[in-house]
Design a protein. Sequence first.
Length: 207
Amino acid sequence: MTRAERDVLLAAAVAALRAGELVIYPTETFYGIAADPASSRAMARIFALKGRAPDQPIALIAADPASAFALADEVPPLARRLATAFWPGPLTLVLPARRGLHEAVLGPDGVGVRVSPHPIARALAAAFGRPITATSANLSGQPPITRPAELRAVFGDKVKVILEDGVLAGGAPSTVVAVTRTGYRTIRRGAVAERAIAAAAAPKEPV
């Protein structure tokens, strides 16, 4: 696919998101399903498409740290240290959420967000102008999808746009960490090791 063809497809994906439709896009591990997290219709479509329980919050992917932190009511200094250490990358930070976010992206600890290192994921969020949903492209209970052929077989007639990038690497999902003013708690172990998080979380001694 040429750069021009990819730009046309990206524009179609953004238009679909703004219309409340679903888009499949690549991340550094698996394909994900993007929707406008402010659209109740789009969020309902994700849960229906995946057969996902409505009490499972959906995390988000942002184009950059500033967009990610705009979702938060406050950004603890620890969150900024972890973002500096691991973004772009497979670390989802759960932050105290600002008011007005859709209930489907809110868990007991707040809103989960990360910045993906995959250029298409970041480009889609940037072109859309705000974070997009980051739930994996799979039916509930099934493994996340890494192959375009499987994407087309499972979702080809059910989503508006599929942004393909060949066979993806797979591997461990993002590590999920809830951050507050007083510390952090690991919600899900994943690609970023616990010891690496602990090292990055430690306040740096002045020199």
